[in-house]
Design a binder for this molecule. Structure first.
Ligand SMILES: Cc1cc2nc3c(=O)[nH]c(=O)nc-3n(C[C@H](O)[C@H](O)[C@H](O)COP(=O)(O)OP(=O)(O)OC[C@H]3O[C@@H](n4cnc5c(N)ncnc54)[C@H](O)[C@@H]3O)c2cc1C
Length: 294
């Protein structure tokens, strides 16, 4: 799916590890005078109409608002009792950053819709490659031999990849959950605290960053004298967007893991539709998240 026709100054897909993104965001925050204080662990939270009291290991803070940006297991969301409804899927994923010999092109990601399940091959900086594969019951830290077996079964057949070194590997269970509301009085949800879904399509962090931008602008309006109801509008605006992105990621995942008898039909269909320019444009727009831009 080529990104060069996107309505953006950034007409490309960029694959960097999340630590790079976090560093860029932390530098931006420092530039505008903010600072991330570490380590601070939120251990308790009370709230009323006037604000909230947040308790940390060694400090208590009274504040007008609390933004729950504390991820899938959000302490804030749990303390406030906002239900996080949905389910965990049966499928597990293996995830690994490796050094390898490969002849696959490094300008884009490759996806193998193999009989045993999908394998995603993503080039990272410094000659690294990220591998993602759906597997039943994977080990906690897949090693080189395990990853090599997956590559042999699902990867390029003519010129097989060879894993040299596993830099990091893990497994995870896929969840699809959305918070029932993104606001409870002075508590506002953003990012994975409000929504988690399949990583197919790489949408989760982008969606969370868009929550944060929207919430930042909305809070600035309220601080400048705007009505408090603007924050209700934030919550009402973001939840359906999260639902829509989660649905798209879910459809991509189901397409990747269709039962074996349906795979030849799926492959033929994908081969056909992926050559159609309007389809390619639409999918690129969705994958970039630009379809949500006002
Ligand atoms: C395998 C995988 C691949 C993915 N690939 C992509 C991708 O390609 N593109 C994409 O856009 N997204 C991707 N995502 C999703 C992305 O990683 C998440 O959406 C994103 O990390 C969510 O950011 P967040 O800040 O909301 O939560 P998190 O990244 O979970 O951060 C939450 C933070 O809160 C802190 N915290 C938690 N509890 C407390 C507490 N009590 N006190 C103090 N601090 C606390 C945690 O330490 C952590 O620093 C992927 C996810 C997975 C699992």
């Amino acid at each position: 799916m080529p990104f060069d026709g996107l309505p953006s100054r950034h007409r490309y897909a960029l694959t960097v590890s999340q630590s790079v993104t976090e560093q860029v965001l932390a530098e931006q925050l420092a530039e505008v005078g903010g600072e991330v204080l570490r380590p601070y662990r939120l251990t308790g939270l009370d709230h009323d109409a006037a604000g909230a009291v947040a308790r940390f290991d060694a400090a208590t803070v009274r504040t007008r608002w609390v933004i729950a940006a504390d991820g899938i297991h959000s302490t804030v969301r749990t303390a406030v009792g906002i239900p996080f409804t949905g389910q965990a899927d049966a499928e597990s994923f293996v995830l690994a950053d490796v050094l390898m010999d490969s002849t696959l092109p490094r300008e884009g990601a490759s996806i193998f819709l193999a009989r045993g399940g999908p394998l995603v091959w993503v080039p990272l900086p410094d000659e690294q490659v990220r591998l993602v594969a759906t597997v039943t019951d994977p080990p906690a830290e897949p090693d080189a031999a395990y990853l090599q077996r997956i590559l042999d079964q699902r990867g390029p057949a003519a010129r097989p990849d060879r894993v040299h070194e596993v830099l990091w590997s893990s497994r995870f269970r896929q969840h699809r959950r959305i918070a029932e509301t993104f606001r409870a009085g002075p508590i506002l949800l953003a990012g994975d605290a409000g929504h988690v879904h399949s990583p197919a399509g790489g949408q989760g962090m982008n969606l969370g960053i868009c929550d944060a931008v929207d919430l930042g602008e909305t809070l600035a309006e309220v601080l400048a004298g705007g009505p408090d109801s603007l924050l209700d509008e934030y919550a009402a605006r973001r939840r359906p967007l999260a639902d829509e992105v989660a649905g798209f990621a879910d459809r991509l995942t189901r397409l990747a893991v269709v039962p074996p008898p349906a795979r030849p039909a799926r492959d033929a269909l994908l081969r056909l539709v992926s050559t159609l320019p309007p389809v390619r444009r639409r999918v690129a727009l969705r994958l970039s998240g630009l379809h949500q831009r006002a």
